[in-house]
Write a protein that binds this ligand. Structure first.
Ligand SMILES: Cc1cc2nc3c(=O)[nH]c(=O)nc-3n(C[C@H](O)[C@H](O)[C@H](O)COP(=O)(O)O)c2cc1C
Length: 360
């Protein structure tokens, strides 16, 4: 076995990546006033620029798409200017960076939305509490989007994709995962609509695919990725036919020729372990001809193995990247990893963000 398959170069379409290690998107709640990424964020991503590809933290496409404090947006001129500094510094360091386009849908609270209710495909409650600006609160039952509002959200994704281009990103990843708005439409536990956006599998895919088409119009398919978590069952998520739902989506994404699918099917770590019999990666591999990125609990050995087995083209690392700015070098030298500090994952400033040491 070649011990460093993860470090072999790769071509994502026409975009050369220096290795097969992707930094997974991670919300870090450190944006400044106006949800603008600031100088610390420039440092954080630049420290991690030796990744083959960085996928940024989820960045809301509109003020309505926010569900955490201090997450960066991609809807204002100030946010675009803030991100420009990040992409310039990452490029200067020889890295590649995609922006993750995000709308949380019902995973929000009026405290974040100027008193308005969060929106969703249907008025189905999440049944969980969340952190708001004023402490932990129950997530209210959302309001169902009207058809014309859905068109509006598609336009917001298209505009956000344009902003990402202006900001100098190499591409964008559509956040279709983790129980946020696109996932809420996709799955029948949260989508109870009876119009063209609900009911059949085709109808439930309509909104996510309209988003894909709007984003592809801006970027071309090769620079667009799509993230999915078929087995995700928190945030009130469920589906009566997970394999059917996702095989339909993957077929459509393949027909559109999008650059990659980013699949979370955890083999360990904080996301638990996906039942090996339920894993969809082999089905996705057979239906989808683009680049497949796998995520969830991977490390040096398991990452190498999954690439060598042919199941994945690239592997993404979340927590290992958060705590180890020089992860490829550590893997190359088989060096020990820094221990992550969970208390600083979603809040703070430098500590637990830009102060994890690199190897000397
Ligand atoms: C602090 C933190 C923030 C995260 N934020 C996001 C996010 O913004 N978008 C997303 O798609 N996934 C997010 N995730 C999930 C990670 O991308 C990844 O799927 C998860 O950490 C599992 O990978 P790992 O085992 O390599 O850490 C987040 C995870 C962590 C730990």
């Amino acid at each position: 076995m070649n011990p460093i398959s993860l470090l072999f170069p790769y071509k994502l379409g026409a975009l050369p990546l220096r290795n097969r290690m992707v930094m997974a998107p991670m919300t870090r709640c450190r944006a400044g006033e106006g949800n603008v990424p600031g100088p610390l964020t420039v440092t954080y991503y630049t420290q991690r620029a030796t990744a083959g590809l960085i996928v940024s933290e989820g960045s809301q496409v509109s003020p309505q798409g926010v569900g955490f404090s201090r997450t960066p947006g991609i809807h204002s001129a100030e946010q675009v200017a803030g991100w420009k500094k990040v992409t310039a510094a990452v490029h200067q360091a020889g890295g590649r960076i995609f922006l993750q386009l995000w709308h949380v849908g019902r995973m929000s609270h009026p405290d974040y939305l100027g008193g308005e209710l969060p929106v969703a495909p249907s008025a189905v409650p999440v049944g969980e509490e969340m952190h708001t600006l004023l402490g932990k609160k129950m997530i209210p039952t959302p309001r169902a989007l009207t058809e014309s509002e859905i068109t509006g959200v598609v336009l917001q994704f298209g505009l956000a994709a344009k902003h990402a281009k202006e900001a100098g990103f190499d591409g964008v990843e559509i956040h279709g995962a983790n129980g946020y708005l696109l996932d809420q439409f996709q799955r029948d536990g949260s989508n109870r609509r009876t119009d063209a956006y609900g009911g059949s599998r085709e109808n439930r895919m309509r909104f996510p695919l309209e988003v894909v088409d709007a984003v592809v119009d801006v970027w071309g398919p090769a620079r667009v990725g799509y993230r999915i978590t078929p087995h995700f069952s928190v945030h009130g998520m469920s589906d009566s036919d997970t394999a059917g739902t996702f095989s339909g989506l993957v077929t459509e994404l393949d027909q559109r020729g999008i650059g990659y699918i980013h699949l979370i099917e955890a083999i360990g770590g904080r996301m638990g372990v996906t039942d090996p019999d339920a894993r969809l990666a082999p089905m996705i591999r057979s239906k989808y001809n683009g680049t497949l990125i796998l995520n969830g609990g991977y490390g040096r050995e398991s990452g190498n193995e999954v690439i060598e087995s042919g199941l994945a083209d690239l592997v993404s690392f979340g927590v290992p990247y958060l705590a180890n700015p020089d992860l490829p070098e550590r893997f190359e030298r088989n060096a020990p990893l820094n221990q992550e500090d969970i208390s600083t994952f979603y809040a703070g400033e430098e500590k637990g963000y830009t102060d994890y040491p690199a190897l000397s």
